[in-house]
Design a protein around this ligand. Structure first.
Ligand SMILES: [Zn+2]
Length: 133
C-alpha cells in the first residue's frame, strides 16, 4: 500500500471551520463503510484515504467556501481514492441522514453551491495556516 500513515499521525487541528466539518463527515462515512465491507473500524486502505482527504481539504483552493466535491472542475483526489470515495458515499450517504442529520443537511447545502468562474487565490486552509504563522 506504499506510504503507511496511520490516522493517529494526522494532525487533528489541521483543518478549521467547514473544512473540519467536512473531514468529520468523510471520516464518519468511511468508518460506516469500512465496518460493513472490510470488517474493521478503519482498515489501512481506508485510513490512507482519510489521510489523503485531509491533505486535499487542506490544500483545496476554494477554502472555507468550497462547494461539494462532486461537481468540482479540478478533482484533486488520486483516481483510486476518488473511486473509493464514490463507493463510500453511495453506501454511507443514505445512512448518514438518520445518524447525523445536521452534517448531512450541511453537505446537501454545499451541493447546491456554485463554483466561482475564476479560481480563488490564497483561500485554502493551507494558505490561511501559513499566514498565521
Ligand atoms: Zn476499510
Amino acid at each position: 500500500m506504499g506510504n503507511k500513515q496511520p490516522l493517529s499521525q494526522n494532525e487533528p487541528d489541521l483543518l478549521t471551520g467547514k473544512l473540519a466539518e467536512e473531514f468529520k463527515t468523510i471520516t464518519l462515512m468511511t468508518t460506516l463503510y469500512c465496518k460493513a465491507h472490510h470488517q474493521k473500524e478503519n482498515c489501512e486502505d481506508c485510513q490512507n484515504l482519510l489521510s489523503h482527504a485531509q491533505q486535499k481539504l487542506d490544500r483545496c483552493v476554494y477554502g472555507q467556501e468550497k462547494p461539494a466535491c462532486k461537481l468540482c472542475p479540478i478533482h484533486c483526489y488520486k483516481p483510486h481514492y476518488r473511486e473509493l470515495t464514490k463507493v463510500i458515499m453511495q453506501y454511507a450517504g443514505p445512512k448518514m441522514l438518520f445518524k447525523h442529520p445536521i452534517l448531512t443537511i450541511n453537505h446537501v447545502i454545499k451541493g447546491l453551491k456554485k463554483f466561482p468562474e475564476k479560481l480563488p487565490v490564497g483561500l485554502s486552509n493551507y494558505h490561511q495556516r501559513k499566514k498565521i504563522k
